[in-house]
Write a protein that binds this ligand. Structure first.
Ligand code: ARG
Ligand code: ZN
Length: 879
């Protein structure tokens, strides 16, 4: 069935409180669920309690068995009739944690009980109105075997614990806050903690705990530091304080997503918690900080202010991603732009394609069949850009005022996107009606810019026009409000002070122009020589910018732009343009050559000591293959990889001595530290080696083998392994064996080991990548039931363009086989794998036809889950 946003109905009942008693057992767990229920309307509504894969044992009202005429049980719900006044309903039901391979509800992970309720997991635990607007107070008693499950956790405050008969014990938790059931959490098992008492800004002590399995006790120091930084940042940047006496975080190896913001008891995928120099890269350290921040920030934007219905998801997710991005940027200090570059790169390479494909949807979708399919790059990352645009337009202070008003008005409520925009508009005295179109229209706007310099009048005119392509269900689009931050760079490389016609004096060197109509223009005065425009500084809007830059101008901006983001972007555009040309040449059977403008910019940036190593490294990385594919009429993954590899090799050969010297001078001797300065040095060094080895440099191979053996940190070790595995060197075999020996027993490391191999190309004379992936599935380190394993091996392979899209179609057969298996194990993971064929139409006709065929075959998988069906139908253009 399709759920529509406009069909929302206010609840007819309120659940005043819920009392849950769990008798935990891996095979069959029993729940006593007592709810105080109050009808809210006079009309005679049935009480619909959602339930899924539950066994109902009995139902009572005010302590007496409810007569069977009063209720109906279906596979999806328990419906109770005739509730006219406040009453107490008690339900006794069972479920099966061990059999729960969907990892939604309560399930087992390495012998421990874990939970995940967002979005609709609570109904897999007990009968309840499982909607985000049903706020209630939770009182939870957990009973379990004491030896097997010494630690018993739930949300809120620990009220009491003690022993029971038969070696069992109990703990009682009470959450003082009002919350929807998707924020409920329960954890039980053998866990150890790192704990600390932290003083909040308000002077209160807060107990911070990070819980992990015993073998991971020594890997949580970084996470604890991140929690403290997040608490402090939310206090200082937004004035938002933590509200409970304790904040707990639990890590599990079996988790569908990254992490979950359950009130006071966040549950994380271990990959965003565990870190030591030997098992986490610089990037892992960095990502842990942002995910810890993200989940912590949800306490205000998600938990205290929650959602009226799931269509509003971006109200908490887009906003909280925006907050975690700002947090990470602030933590980076002077390297802040690196975070912006990483975020925009992800947006362009993963969200733009989504917005241009069959799954395109606005950040607030209008309908869904399976809500889990809408935890997307669009809702999260494009959503974050919408909040960022508001901050750009209203100023940091104005945005902060709006956010405060929003929180003040909606604390303890289930809110909507309108509530947010109204608060922003009111706090700033601004009409945001047109801006609100960003919530309802899908598709990436294209902004075309033309500029005119008038030497007589010394004026410079910028004309910007917008258009947004049709997306499924939205043939016609209205103009958006698009903030375009611009600067004008003179021939010396300096920003010109900007004075618009009609203004009496210049106002700074970066101005935010608001494009509101199909076309608008702005004229700057006192522009005495022709400048180069620096457009969309800091990526001020999630749009595709068309401006006919020459390669000279891009090279100029890459060297001179005062906006570091645009310096990166100019180099990126230059590289993309060159790679497009090279791909064209390869497709026509020619031999491509690297462009001289690109080569000299490359050298210039490489050797510019005024730039941080981190910035040089990220700027000199070639664009990803799928970005090269994006603008092409037809995608041929082989040609793209060939072009990219040839350019890399050409650079590696041409600058070999320079790269070598550089690699040697950016060593990071001494103890490992993940700080941004050292991380930057490592990334520049490893980038240099990667160019060298792609260029076939034998000395680089020796250096990387040495680095692999001696490195005291995973960044260097993994970089060396990855570069060698992607080279033609036979040394890779031994290195992979070495790595397996050293990493076995650590699932996070083993997943990295799987990914390196699934992402590699096939060299002449080697077994092809698909064959190796199939072998790895049987190597004992892989389980199809573990989402991290599937993402590390299968998804990584499906994103390995030339290997997955092999001409014989074997990649697609593999996809179908895996999808079939996953449908009966974990439909959420299946849906993610299903999405890797979204863009079938974009490929060469032979490939497109084969993809079309397997997509259709997949529709006949027995017991096809509706969520997977939704993806397949959309991909095929059927709905
Ligand atoms: N709310 C979690 C987060 O963004 C993610 C939960 C994902 N749930 C889902 N059903 N996809 O922090
Ligand atoms: Zn989130």
């Amino acid at each position: 069935a399709v759920i529509n946003r406009l069909d929302y109905q206010e609840p007819a009942f309120r659940v005043e409180n819920i009392n849950l008693v769990f008798n935990l057992d891996p095979v069959t767990t029993t729940v006593y669920n007592t709810m105080r229920i109050e009808p809210l309307t006079d009309s005679d509504h049935d009480l619909v309690l959602n339930g899924s894969e539950l066994e109902l044992a009995s139902v009572f009202e005010n302590g007496s068995p409810l007569s069977t005429e009063r209720y109906t049980v279906t596979p999806e719900a328990l419906i109770i009739r005739g509730i006219r006044q406040k009453t107490t309903i008690t339900i006794y039901n069972k479920f099966h944690p061990q059999a729960n391979t969907l990892l939604s509800g309560i399930y087992m992970s390495n012998g421990n009980f874990m939970s995940q309720c967002e979005s609709e997991g609570f109904r897999r635990i007990t009968y309840f109105p499982d909607h985000p607007d049903m706020l209630t107070r939770f009182h939870v008693e957990i009973r379990a075997d004491k030896e097997q499950y010494p630690i018993l956790l739930s949300n809120g405050n620990l009220i009491e614990q003690g022993d029971l008969d038969n070696g069992r014990h109990f703990a009682i938790w009470e959450d003082p806050s009002l919350k929807p059931c998707y924020l409920f959490a329960l954890v039980a098992g053998k866990l150890v903690k790192r704990e600390e008492v932290y003083k909040l800004a308000n002077g209160k002590d807060c107990l911070l705990q990070v819980w992990v399995e015993p073998q991971n006790a020594d890997k949580t120091e970084h996470t604890m530091e991140c929690i403290k930084r997040a608490i402090h940042w939310d206090e200082t940047r937004w004035g938002l304080e933590y509200d409970l006496d304790r904040f707990m975080l639990v890590a599990t190896d079996d988790f569908n997503f990254g992490a979950m913001e359950n009130k006071g008891l966040n549950i994380f995928n271990t990959r965003y918690v565990l870190a030591t120099p030997k098992m986490a890269t610089d990037l892992d350290y960095f990502n842990i900080e942002s995910v810890v921040g993200h989940e912590y920030f949800h306490n205000w934007t998600g938990d205290r202010v929650t959602l009226r219905d799931w269509f509003q998801l971006t109200l908490k997710e887009g906003l909280t991603v925006f907050r975690d991005q700002e947090f990470s940027r602030d933590m980076l200090g002077k390297s802040a732009v690196i975070k912006r570059i990483m975020d925009v790169r992800a947006l362009r390479s993963r969200q733009f394609p989504e917005d241009a494909g069959p799954m395109a949807h606005p950040i607030r979708p209008e309908s869904y069949r399976q809500i889990n399919n809408f935890y997307t790059m669009t809702v999260y990352e494009k959503g974050a850009e919408i909040y960022r645009m508001l901050q750009t337009m209203l100023g940091k202070e104005g945005f902060k005022k709006g956010l405060s008003l929003y929180i003040e008005r909606n604390d303890g409520r289930a809110a909507t996107c309108e509530d947010f925009i109204n608060a922003m508009a009111e706090a700033n005295g601004r009409d945001l009606k047109q801006f609100f179109l960003w919530y309802s229209q899908a598709g990436t706007p294209r902004v075309q810019v033309k500029t005119y310099w008038d030497p007589e009048a010394s004026t410079y005119t910028i004309v910007a026009s917008q258009s947004t392509p049709a997306t499924p269900g939205q043939p016609v689009k209205h103009p958006f409000v698009i903030p375009i931050a611009v600067g004008l760079v003179d021939s010396e490389g300096h920003d010109i002070p900007l004075q618009l016609e009609g203004e009496t004096a210049p106002l700074g060197t970066t101005r935010v122009l608001e494009l509101k109509d199909e076309e608008n223009e702005w004229t700057f005065v006192n522009v005495g020589s022709r400048p180069v425009p620096s457009l969309l500084r800091d990526f001020s809007a999630p749009v595709i910018l068309d401006y006919a830059y020459t390669r000279d101008e891009l090279a100029f901006l890459a060297r001179n732009d005062a906006d570091p983001f645009n310096r990166w972007d100019a180099m990126n555009r230059l590289m993309l343009g060159v790679l497009e040309d090279m791909t064209d040449v390869i497709e026509m059977g020619g031999k491509p050559e690297a462009d001289h403008n690109l080569l000299s910019s490359f050298e210039q940036i490489l050797t510019d000591e005024t730039l941080t190593p981190a910035f040089r490294a990220i700027t000199l990385q070639l664009p990803a293959e799928n970005l090269i594919g994006e603008p092409r009429a037809v995608i041929d993954p082989d040609a793209i990889r060939k072009a990219r590899t040839e350019l890399k090799a050409a650079i590696g050969r041409r600058y070999s001595s320079l790269l070598f010297k550089l690699a040697e001078s950016y060593e990071t001797p001494g103890d490992y530290s993940p700080d941004s300065e050292s991380a930057g040095r490592r990334s520049l060094k490893n980038l240099a080696y990667d160019y060298l080895i792609t260029g076939g440099n034998p000395k680089a191979l020796i250096a990387l083998r040495g680095q692999f053996e001696k490195a005291n940190n995973l960044t260097d070790k993994l970089a060396a392994l990855t570069s060698v595995v992607n080279s033609a060197s036979p040394a890779k075999t031994n290195m992979l064996v070495e790595a397996a020996k050293e990493w076995q027993g650590n699932p996070i490391l083993i997943n990295k080991w799987l990914t390196v191999q699934a992402s590699a190309g096939t060299q002449p004379g080697e077994a092809d990548t698909l064959t190796r992936v199939r072998q790895l599935m049987d190597c004992g380190a892989f389980s199809i039931k573990n989402p991290n394993n599937v993402y590390a091996l299968i998804l990584a392979f499906c994103n390995n363009e030339p290997e997955f899209h092999r001409k014989d179609g074997k990649g697609y057969e593999f996809w179908l086989q895996i999808l079939r298996e996953l449908c009966s194990v974990n439909e959420y993971v299946a849906a993610r794998v299903a999405r890797t064929l979204d863009h079938w139409k974009r490929y060469t006709p032979d490939r497109a036809q084969m993809m079309y065929r397997v997509l259709n075959e997949a529709k006949h998988i027995p017991g096809l889950p509706v969520g997977v069906q939704e993806i397949l139908d959309k991909s095929l253009g059927l709905t």
